[in-house]
Design a protein around this ligand. Structure first.
Ligand code: CP
Ligand code: NVA
Length: 308
């Protein structure tokens, strides 16, 4: 079953094919209105369930619009409103949903929930973010980097701050697409060794650098994300902020990167915390292209899952 669960679980040639298709579909829609149907309408007759156990703006809207542009239909479901949130097992939910829909996208907490959904569904399942990874985001990010700066292979991407779920998917992508990554952040918030070692095993350089200025030196891409993720306890917020403050991406830190270095952030951002408005709204920022590319990348991911 062609599930899209994580970037390192999908063959690099297949990932590349998705990005090529995403670019072509994006180009084919240039200048058309958002609600116009794609000419080929590959999802006609397909029903897609979008399940959210956490809040979302981009994932929710981009998946919904993407399905509709391709001629399919969606139902957006909140985990809390489903029996899933009231004791029905994930396995039973997966089996039931598979009788109604052709594709399931789920944003959830534990990775085991996603895996159990995939193991029991008889239709493809897409990871719309878990506590550990966010693969759809990074597919959009690679598309964005390549639109602005050409092939990502060999580039230096620097992650500043918390070694979180988005960072983990960047590490997966480093291994699959062949770029180097530097993590700069406090030791207590390092990415899991499994992600770091997994990328290194594929032959790319993954460095851990405590000094943010050294970390960002000569970067092609500088990336930030929230200091407190949706699954993090609010009681750790103050401690995290104190630990992460030196890693704020501001104009002084960006000045250490290459002059044309891109600034990226998956959003939502906390202006004045992990990044300043000056950087977010500055000439090197591609954050809204990133957000747009969620739509195009995910349309290609859905087509791959459905084989259409
Ligand atoms: N970047 C991202 O996944 O945003 P949402 O939480 O708004 O979906
Ligand atoms: N790391 C963030 C990403 C949000 C899109 C979170 O998990 O809350």
């Amino acid at each position: 079953m062609p599930h899209f669960l994580d970037i390192h679980k999908t063959d690099p040639a297949e990932l590349r094919g998705m990005l090529t298709q995403a670019s072509a579909m994006k180009a084919a829609r240039a200048g058309r209105s958002k609600g116009a149907l794609d000419e080929t309408m590959p999802l006609v007759g397909k029903m897609v369930a979008l399940i959210f156990e956490k809040p979302s703006t981009r994932t929710r809207v981009s998946f919904d619009v993407g399905v509709r542009q391709m001629g399919g239909q969606t139902m957006v479901l909140s985990g809390n409103d489903m029996q899933l949130g009231h004791g029905e097992t994930i396995a039973d939910t997966a089996r039931v949903l598979s009788r109604y829909v052709d594709l399931i996208m789920i944003r959830t907490f534990e990775e085991t929930t996603l895996q159990e959904m995939a193991d029991n569904a008889t239709v493809p399942v897409i990871n719309g973010l878990t506590n550990r990874t966010h693969p759809c985001q990074i597919m959009a990010d690679i598309l964005t980097i390549e639109e602005h700066r050409g092939p990502v292979a060999g580039k230096k991407v620097v992650w500043c701050g918390d070694g979180n779920n988005v960072c983990a998917s960047f590490l997966h992508a480093a291994g699959q697409f062949g770029f180097d990554l530097v993590f700069t952040g406090p030791e207590t918030l390092d990415p899991e060794a499994e992600f770091v070692e997994g990328a290194r095993a594929k032959g790319v350089s993954i460095e851990i650098e405590r000094d943010p200025e050294r970390g960002v030196a000569d970067a092609d891409v500088v990336v930030a994300d929230t200091w407190v993720s949706m699954h993090d306890s609010q009681t750790t917020k103050e401690r995290r902020h104190n630990q992460l403050r030196p890693y704020q991406v501001n104009a002084a830190l960006m000045a250490r990167a290459k002059p044309d270095a891109l600034f990226m952030h998956c959003l939502p951002a906390h202006r004045g915390e992990e990044v300043t408005s000056e950087v977010m709204d500055g000439p090197n920022s591609v954050i809204f292209d990133e957000a747009e590319n969620r739509l195009h990348a995910q349309k290609a991911i859905m087509r791959w899952c459905l084989g259409v």
